[in-house]
Design a protein around this ligand. Structure first.
Ligand code: ADP
Length: 164
């Protein structure tokens, strides 16, 4: 059985993340979507539990027997091994992602030759979407419906005090 670990901040999950999971399910038997508890990103808008809830709601339409949600801290490759994942799934938008992702993939490769990083692109519609741009737009009062799953749009409205 092919298992991929899809690690990320998911602060919050966007339609780009969702598209990647959907495409990943066409390639892998199972995907572990895992929120990284990373102290360097402790400025997160949503708590770990909130992000897990948002992911759960966002992925509810997909086959649940092929998805696992979790959180982890520490080395991604160690968690991948522990979870039985032979691949780390990551997404690419453009060249800015490429340089960063390449460094991550190379260091992970150095640390573990038995875990492969696999890159997929999200649907072209989500090419310009990142969690940070969505958060910034929402914080300024923009309507982000259509860029993020419904449950996330509602979560952002609550965070930024917009009652609709
Ligand atoms: P991280 O802090 O690990 O980069 P993110 O939640 O920002 O966590 O992203 C997780 C992964 O999903 C990364 O590989 C990122 O490039 C990818 N990703 C995020 N948004 C998109 C998108 N719109 N299209 C393709 N990949 C994306």
């Amino acid at each position: 059985m092919s298992i991929a670990l899809y690690p990320g901040s998911f602060d919050p999950p966007t339609n780009g993340h969702l598209s990647l999971v959907e495409r990943g399910l066409a390639v892998f038997d199972k995907i572990i979507v895992s929120v990284v508890a990373n102290p360097a990103k402790s400025t997160a808008l949503f708590s770990l539990d909130e992000r897990l809830e948002l992911l759960k709601g966002s992925l509810a339409h997909l086959p649940q027997d092929r998805l696992t949600l979790s959180t982890f801290s520490g080395l991604t490759i160690e968690y991948a091994r522990q979870a039985g994942a032979a691949a780390i799934l990551r997404g690419l938008r453009g060249s800015a992602d490429f340089e960063y992702e390449r460094q991550l993939a190379e260091i992970n490769r150095h640390l573990a030759q038995d875990v492969q990083t696999v890159f997929l692109m999200a649907d072209y519609k989500w090419f310009f979407i990142s969690s940070s741009t969505v958060k910034e737009a929402a914080s300024l009062g923009a309507d982000v419906d259509g860029l993020v799953p419904k449950i996330v749009a509602e979560g952002l409205k609550k965070k930024f005090g917009v009652n609709k």
